[in-house]
Structures are given as C-alpha cells and as structure tokens.
Ligand binder design. Structure first.
Ligand SMILES: [Mn+2]
Length: 355
C-alpha cells in the first residue's frame, strides 16, 4: 500500500508540500495540472510539477482529474480531437513516471453536495453534506450557483468556470440519452485509450458517480458493483481499472463496499483507492464523517483488510476530510483531518501487517 495525498499544485493549494511530507508514512501525491477537460497537457509544465514534488521528497505516480471532455461522453464527432489529446496526455504522463490516471465518466456533474460546510453537531466541525430533499426545490443551475458561492473562492474539481458557463446547453444535449448510449460512448473512448495504456504501462482508474445514484434524470453508469463489471467488460484489460472510492460508492447503503474491494481486488482491477467514511442520515441523505469507523457507517477495518488481502500494492489516499481546528481550506481538502485520516489508516495497516 502506498499512502498518498491529493494536492492541487502550489498556485491553487494553500497546503505546502513540506507539510504533506511531514505526515507519517506519506509516500506521494495524487496530483494534477489545472487544465480544462479535453486539453493536451503541456509536457514542460508537467515536468516542472514532477521536479517540485520530487524535491519535496514525494512521488507523483498517480494523477487525478485528467477530465474527459463532454463531447466524448456525448459521442459527438468532435470527440476525435479530444480523444487524440487524451492519448497524447497519457503518453506524456507515462514518459514522466505516472502509473495511474484517475478519471470519471459522469455526465455534466462531477460530484454533488447540497452543503459544503454542514456543522456536525457532536463536535462543531463541518463537512460536506447531501440531502436529496434540498435538491427538490433547486434545479441544476441553482445548485451550481450555490456551490460556487460556497467554495470560498476555490474552483472545485468538476465545477470549473468554463464548464459551468455552458451548463444549460450541455444539459439539453443529454436529453434522451440512455445509459446504454452513454456506455457505447464510454466503450468508444476505452477502445481508443486502453491499448495506449497497455503499451505505456498506465492504468486508467474510473471513479464512481458521487452520490451513487442517478441525479437530474442524467444517465449515470458507475455506481454499483454491477456497473463496474459492465465497464470492465466494455474493454477487458488490466489497464481498465476502478478507482474504488469508498465514500462515493458507500454514499448508497445498498453498495457493499467491502465486497466491492474484494471482488475487483481479486480480479486485479483496482488501480487506486480513495478511503473515507460516510454517515447515513436517511434516504439519499448523508454527511462525510471523520475516517474512524465509529464516526460513520463504513467499517474501515474491514475496508483496509480487504485491500490488504486482495490488492496490497495499490495506492491509497485519505479522501475528503472535515474542516477542523478553524482551518479555512478548500472544502473537503483541508490538511488537518486528512492527515488524521492517513495516520488512522496507516495504524490499521500496521495492525493488519503484524496480525
Ligand atoms: Mn473519491
């Protein structure tokens, strides 16, 4: 297991790399370049990032959010150009030491919450929160406007301004699209990209829909074990893998997260893990909790044990954390609670190694 940390880069992330390096057991980052979906990532800029990360004593073997352009998901003729850019980026990242690319194939919305800083009554900290009832009164445009207002000036992943401006148009383009249509477009993408990944030693790791059910009538195809079996079957290859995010998949209590890890771990189809806990508050209603099992509804010991048994060499990162100790950070991505999460997960791991 390699313990890693998401980092947005020195311009966008207030957390210095030196602080991340000081978290016990931290080996590297899940990093990114801030580029619009569909861009061909510039090599010089990426090399500079790798150099900066290595100088801090950390690795950069996992890249997040090489975002898939909407035209690829929609299956428009213009997808050819964006797929070519994607392939070029895959080759460039492989040349520079990257092993895993985390991405998603969610139409329009990346992740969605109805409150980015809901106070947790027990201890006064706050965390990301979702209640489908709150969506009832709001359309997608209103949700996006509120999310932008709540994000304290940070651009949230998946909610970049250039995408939001087109939101109304994009929503119209998805009208009438079925899950089978979306899967066909996904297959077209994988058929083009996975052979290049096999050739260059990269593993693509698809992140689940978050929350793990359909929203706003949009087709969504990555929120259950069965969904992922189908995604793997679209182009069966060791390079076509899952980024198993326990909090995203686990937002739906119908998903047995431990079973999912064992299922895909035994198949060698887990490229990376996001590990966090979630507290169920009702139907389609949850908040993100501290990582500790007793703070939420997922069994973090069983999650780490499933990783230990079936994919012990995978990359793990603590996922979203709460805001604690008056930190004013990017929602979900503060330093303190994610550092506590990493320390706790490392503790579970040591116990598993020694027992
Ligand atoms: Mn995640």
């Amino acid at each position: 297991m390699k313990m890693t940390f998401r980092w947005y880069g020195s311009k966008a992330d207030p957390i210095p790399l030196s602080y991340i390096r000081q978290i016990p057991g931290m080996t590297g980052l899940m990093g990114l370049l801030d580029k619009p979906a569909g861009a061909d990532w510039p090599e010089e800029e990426f090399k500079a990032l790798v150099k900066e990360v290595h100088l801090a004593g950390l690795e950069l073997e996992v890249i997040e959010s090489v975002n898939v352009h909407e035209d690829i998901k929609l299956g428009l003729p213009s997808r050819e150009e964006y797929i070519a850019n994607y392939i070029s980026t895959v080759r460039m990242l492989a040349r520079n030491g990257v092993k895993v690319i985390i991405y998603n194939f969610m139409p329009v919305f990346d992740w969605l919450r109805t409150d980015l800083a809901r106070i947790i009554p027990e201890d006064g900290s706050n965390s990301l929160y979702f209640d489908e009832k709150d969506l009832g009164e709001m359309g997608p445009l209103e949700i996006v406007r509120r999310t932008a207002e709540d994000s304290r000036g940070f651009t949230l992943p998946g909610w970049e301004p250039e995408r939001l401006a087109l939101l109304e148009t994009t929503l119209k383009q998805y009208e009438g699209m079925t899950t089978d249509d979306l899967r066909a477009n996904f297959k077209y993408f994988l058929d083009a990209v996975i052979p290049v990944c096999e050739e260059t030693g990269i593993r693509m790791a698809c992140h689940p829909d978050d929350p793990a059910w359909p929203i706003f009538g949009l087709p969504r195809i990555a929120h259950s074990i069965e969904d992922y079996d189908r995604i793997i079957a679209l182009h069966d290859s060791p390079a076509n893998t899952v980024c198993l995010c326990t909090g995203s998949l686990g937002s739906n209590p119908d998903n047995d997260v431990v079973r999912a890890i064992r299922h895909f771990g035994e198949m060698d189809r887990i490229g990376a893990m996001h590990v966090r806990n979630v507290k169920y508050l009702g139907h389609h209603h949850f908040r993100e909790s501290a990582h500790l099992s007793s703070s939420g509804d997922l069994d973090m010991y069983e999650i780490m044990r499933a990783i230990h048994d079936t994919c012990p060499d995978t990359y793990v990162r603590p996922d979203h954390g709460r805001m604690i100790w008056d930190e004013k950070g990017r929602p979900g991505y503060g330093l303190y609670d994610r550092a506590l999460g990493a320390a706790y997960l490392n503790g579970l791991w040591e116990a598993l190694e020694k027992s």
